[in-house]
Design a protein around this ligand. Sequence first.
Ligand code: SAH
Length: 216
Amino acid sequence: MTARFATSRERMVQEQLHPRGVSDPNVLKVMSEVPRHLFVDDAMQARAYGDHPLPIAGDQTISQPFIVAAMTQALQLQGCEKVLEIGTGSGYQAAVLSRLCEKVYTVERINTLLAGARKIFDQLHYYNILSRLDDGTTGWQEHAPYDAIIVTAGSPEIPEPLIDQLADPGRMVIPVGDRSVQELQYLSRKDGEIKVQRLESVRFVSLIGEHGWKND
Ligand code: SAH
């Protein structure tokens, strides 16, 4: 199951990730191991390691491998963190994170996507991922604070509840912008001080909820 497409994964790392600046050896190792093809439709498995996003159910998308790797690297995980992800989607990003931290809490608003992701987590024995059906723009208060937060849908602004649920020290990556194009923002909190840096320009599906876009 995981041995399949091992060569495609290795090529993806060598051709798409390493040359574009993903250099964290732990991130590269995990990207070469997590079976991305299981997170897409059977008919698209052969394209799973290509340099592009792919459609998943509910008109949503699984991000391009480079974006997953770059956002993961930005979180600088050491292995002991609690990470909150908003937008489970296929489950692939959560799966990658789960190999690099202690526990992943992931929130999705579309039930069929969440159910599909949960099935694959179980199949792969990725037991340190907890998931929940909800509006993730309000975070997941019960397990806060989080050492790292990743939002994988585009938001008009950084949802206040997510800032409230970020630990000190803590860091967050989130695409912020309009509905068609966003910039990836990196927010860090240290000794009570919050800093925001702008990274690259990205295209994500919309973050829909109380502290995001109000409708589909
Ligand atoms: N991380 C995913 C990317 C999925 S695309 C992956 O690796 O495949 C973004 C996802 O965010 C979609 O599944 C969409 O339904 C979800 N989403 C949008 N608004 C949300 C919200 N308020 N709360 C939780 N999930 C949301």
